[in-house]
Design a protein around this ligand. Structure first.
Ligand code: NDP
Length: 280
């Protein structure tokens, strides 16, 4: 395959569904060899089929079932990628979630075990993966893109405080890692999505997929929530990730965040008091 990522090898975590799946598809369509990963076999098969349906040959992708929060899962992911493709150029740390409290507690009463699970997935696994791929990316002068969230920005999030805490920590880690690693030729950057139609809301709330779709539709039709008028789709985020992962497109961007949210972070709740603005 000839394309922007021709000759590149990428690991995309959390690529069994949602934003990660779309990113794997985009990278593969643009010539990359990709390692697809996640825990759920059925979802992994869904990504496999989507790749095949897009004309990507089996030789250009590898599927590695793994729990990214475990050391053995991380090691398997990296070693199998190297074994199959011989090198690594790009790591997209996309796996993440707002893990619900097991006892349905909300706000600051959420349990410490919830805090630990959320931090382990959204921050610690990124730190560990970054440490482990460092020698390989130093060799290839590679790129890391982390997937954060607009909840990391400077406002509160009362119901589930640990998820925004984790994503804010991830943003700060991106900046520190970026300065440390650029000396070895490795770039680190972040994409912060707003509301995107994936499995995220379903797994965060336990709602059905129909109820989650209604949430995405309602948010999209509320200009006080999403000024551009629709909830994001995974490809919107995949394109931003690809821009930051592609050296020629973004070579001089180091340790930065791209906010891809349809304008959500620009509007205040105060705007909900005013009727929708219409064109004259
Ligand atoms: P999805 O729930 O659709 O996908 C999440 C992916 O992460 C799945 O592939 C899932 O795989 C994987 N994953 C979760 N936990 C683990 C684990 N322990 N080990 C391995 N893989 C895991 O959500 P999105 O695509 O929306 O989420 C992608 C990223 O985008 C996340 O970091 C999320 O925080 C961020 N984000 C999403 C927003 C949205 O509105 N959708 C908004 C802002 C940020 P599996 O189930 O197979 O384990």
């Amino acid at each position: 395959m000839v394309g922007r990522f021709s000759g590149k090898v990428a690991i995309i975590t959390g690529s069994s569904f949602g934003i990660g799946r779309e990113t794997a598809l985009l990278f593969a369509k643009e010539g990359a060899k990709v390692t697809v990963t996640g825990r759920n076999e059925e979802r992994l098969q869904g990504t496999r089929q989507a790749l095949l349906d897009s004309g990507i040959p089996e030789t250009n992708f590898l599927i590695v079932p793994a729990d990214i929060t475990t050391s053995s899962g991380q090691d398997t992911l990296i070693s199998k990628t190297l074994e199959r493709f011989g090198k690594l150029d790009i790591l997209v740390n996309n796996a993440g979630a707002s893990i619900p409290d097991s006892q349905k507690r909300t706000g600051i009463n959420q349990g410490i075990e919830t805090y630990e699970q959320v931090m382990r997935l959204n921050v610690q696994s990124v730190i560990e993966m970054t440490q482990k791929v460092r020698p390989h990316l130093a060799k290839s002068k590679g790129d890391i893109v982390n997937v954060s969230s607009i909840v990391a920005l400077n406002f509160g999030w009362a119901r589930t405080p640990y998820y925004p805490l984790a994503k804010a920590a991830l943003d700060q880690y991106t900046r520190s890692a970026a300065i440390d690693l650029i000396h070895e030729g490795i770039r680190v950057n972040t994409v912060n999505p707003g509301v995107v139609q994936t499995g995220f809301h379903e797994s965060a709330t336990g709602l059905s997929s129909d109820a989650s779709q209604k949430f995405y539709d309602d948010m999209g039709s509320n200009p006080s929530a999403i000024p551009c008028g629709f909830s994001g789709r995974p490809e919107h985020i995949a394109k931003a990730i690809a821009f930051l992962a592609h050296r020629d497109s973004s070579e001089y961007i180091i340790g930065q965040n791209i906010i891809a949210d349809g304008g959500t972070s620009l509007v205040l709740g105060l705007h909900a008091q005013f009727p929708r603005q219409t064109k004259n």
